[in-house]
Design a protein around this ligand. Structure first.
Ligand SMILES: [Fe+2]
Length: 254
């Protein structure tokens, strides 16, 4: 057992999970837990950066860099379409799904519950993962993590190269559209790699994404065509490990 697995810190991370659940369920009210100070809620919201505005409404966060900032690894046209059209579509879809669920609650008619529940999961997961995806990249990226994140990767995967090999294989091997995701597992206070289909399938509960790579064709097809593996290999050069380390630090601190 490491010091990160002690009771106090696990309790803190569990509280983070509660706050994130509030973010996921937010529609019109701010996702602030009743017994949490506003600063704590703001810190939890920062884990999925820019997903909601000050009023708690889902929004498309602006990129923190230019469309061409990740070239030559990810081209500007792909970035523009991906962010402005595809991600925007997930935000619109999530808002629409929650509006439909609210209408059902108001009317008491839940005939469409299966459809709109699925839409909420699909668009919600898509929105949140894209927020982490954009935030985890930047110009001059690449290299390897340092500090606490590097130590945790060493502990949980046996080293950075072993982690990178598993993450790459998982990302390249996704059946159809999906994601490779490095996530913090709340239950075990450790890092795990997940291989999500679409945005929301095949992942555990109780995970917070720390780093993810989008392997939907819309993320790479204009430049890489069917060469997903080449895209994933190039994507490593865009990873902003300082930012990823900051996100990990929020979780580790609980
Ligand atoms: Fe995408």
């Amino acid at each position: 057992m490491t010091d990160r697995r002690d009771f106090l810190k696990l309790g803190g991370v569990a509280a983070a999970g509660v706050a994130l659940a509030s973010v996921a369920g937010a529609q019109t009210s701010r996702p602030v837990a009743a017994d949490s100070p506003a600063s704590h809620s703001e810190a939890m919201k920062a884990l999925i950066p820019g997903a909601v505005d000050e009023a708690g409404s889902y929004v498309l966060p602006p990129l923190k860099y230019g469309y061409d900032a990740l070239e030559p690894h990810i081209d500007a046209q792909t970035m523009r379409l991906h962010h402005d059209k595809h991600h925007a579509g997930y935000v619109k879809g999530l808002i629409g799904a929650e509006e439909k669920l609210a209408e059902m609650r108001a009317s008491g008619d839940f005939a469409g519950i299966d459809y709109w529940s699925r839409k909420s999961a699909f668009h919600g997961a898509g929105h949140f993962l894209h927020c982490v995806f954009w935030d985890s990249m930047g110009s001059g990226g690449g290299g390897a993590p340092t500090g606490a994140l590097a130590k945790c990767i060493e502990r949980d995967f046996g080293g950075f190269e072993a982690f990178k090999a598993q993450f790459s294989a998982a990302s390249k091997g996704v059946e159809g559209s999906g994601w490779g995701i490095l996530a913090y597992q709340i239950a075990g206070a450790k890092l795990v790699i997940q291989q999500a289909m679409n945005h929301q399938l095949l992942t555990q509960w109780g995970l917070v994404p720390v780093l993810c790579v989008d392997v939907w064709e819309h993320a790479y097809y204009l430049h890489y065509q069917n060469q997903r593996a080449a895209y994933v290999d190039a994507w490593w050069n865009t990873v902003d490990w300082n930012r990823v380390g900051e996100r990990f630090g929020m979780l580790e601190a609980g």
